[in-house]
Design a protein around this ligand. Structure first.
Ligand code: SAM
Ligand code: DTB
Ligand code: SF4
Length: 335
């Protein structure tokens, strides 16, 4: 369907000029069907209303507990159900975590995100995580964790320890979700997000594309995110990293221009959120990443590793930033 042929009116301020929480499915789908130039023009215009267009926020990731996860997320190398050859590791000692955080800070990261391969953490784990958060904050970095589902008490404890952001993704549309995960429901995820909000934490929530989903599913994911009572402050858009041994290895690769369209639609639907160009950058050309920044992405994961898979070398990113005249938030690209 092309936008011009649909009954949805995408011209004028009603669609583009305000922060909305009432996106209709047809409107979200019509964004994806716009001519590419129109879509990118709208996205870049919205972007400039709310952000410095030449500034990018950078976060570094560390896996603090790796593999042996009980969940069956079809994309994930850390699920115990798939043989991906990944070594399993228990919760990392505090000093190792802080050493990695110091390195991330030296490289120019502003936020340090710690990820654990859990369905949900135990209360005794939370106490150790809180020490990590306190240590990361003492280094002058923002702290983010992603630990799975949480109880009310756990979210409050994390907030008390000084946590800035909690990452918990919806991953895909409600309709496509059961193709990807069966061990916890979409509603479980929405419930955790609500608890995180109630505790006063910033929300980092996005999804993955390139999992064989359709434009309708990509639009459906963005509609869910944009119609939350408050938009997530950070929206990571991951391109599936295909890992041998996971059920999604061998999935047909997503058209790079559809990925760029997804970034543009995210920017338009959540105008004030940081849109993060997340997993999958290793396989993206510099030109594709440049289009993503033009489409409104203004955050990246920075440093040689995501959780268990690779990410571009910091030097490659610095070079790309210099070529594009982009600055890391608070730091100049030639630092
Ligand atoms: N276990 C926790 C959970 O699932 O909430 C936290 C860690 S989990 C690895 C964090 C997110 O990483 C997932 O929600 C998913 O969006 C993303 N992710 C995992 N494997 C990926 C892959 N192969 N490609 C792209 N994104 C991936
Ligand atoms: C997010 O949306 N992407 C990050 C972070 N949040 C935790 C994780 C990407 C993981 C990619 C696969 C891996 O390295 O294991
Ligand atoms: Fe476990 Fe998280 Fe991976 Fe799902 S995405 S298998 S919950 S580590």
């Amino acid at each position: 369907m092309r936008a011009q042929e649909s009954s949805v009116n995408l011209s004028g301020p009603a669609v583009f000029a305000r922060v909305r929480h009432d996106w209709r499915r047809e409107e979200a789908e019509a964004l994806f069907a716009l001519p590419f130039n129109d879509l990118l023009f709208h996205a870049q215009s919205v972007h400039r209303e709310h952000f410095d267009p030449n500034e990018v926020q950078v976060s570094s990731l560390l896996s603090i507990k790796t593999g042996a996860c009980s969940e069956d997320c079809a994309y994930c190398p850390q699920s115990a159900r798939y043989d991906t050859g990944l070594p399993r590791e228990g919760l990392m000692p505090l000093d190792e975590v802080l050493k990695a955080a110091r390195t991330a800070k030296e490289q120019g990261a502003g936020r340090f995100c710690m990820g654990a391969a859990w369905r949900s953490p135990k209360d005794r784990d939370i106490e150790r995580i809180c020490q990590m958060i306190e240590g990361v904050k003492a280094l002058g970095l923002e702290a983010c964790v992603t630990l799975g589902m949480l109880t009310d008490q756990q979210t409050r404890r994390l907030k008390e320890a000084g946590l800035d952001y909690y990452n918990h993704n919806l991953d895909t549309s409600e309709e496509y979700y059961s193709e990807i995960i069966t061990t916890r429901t979409y509603q479980d995820r929405l419930d955790t997000l609500e608890r995180v909000r109630e505790a006063g934490l910033n929300v980092c929530c996005g999804g993955i594309v390139g999992m064989g989903e359709s434009d309708k599913d990509r639009a459906g994911l963005l509609m869910q995110l944009a119609n939350l009572p408050q938009h997530p402050e950070s929206v990571p858009i991951n391109l599936l990293v295909q890992v041998e041994g996971t059920p999604l290895a061998g999935t047909e690769k997503l058209d790079p221009l559809v990925f760029v369209r997804t970034i543009a639609a995210t920017r338009i639907m959540m105008p004030k959120s940081r849109v993060r160009l997340s997993a999958g950058r290793t396989d993206m050309s510099d030109e594709m990443q440049a289009l993503c920044f033009l489409a409104g992405a203004n955050s990246i994961f920075y440093g040689e590793k995501l959780l268990t898979t690779g990410n571009p070398e910091a030097e490659r990113d610095k070079r790309l930033f210099r070529r594009l005249g982009l600055r890391m938030a608070g730091i100049y690209a030639d630092a």
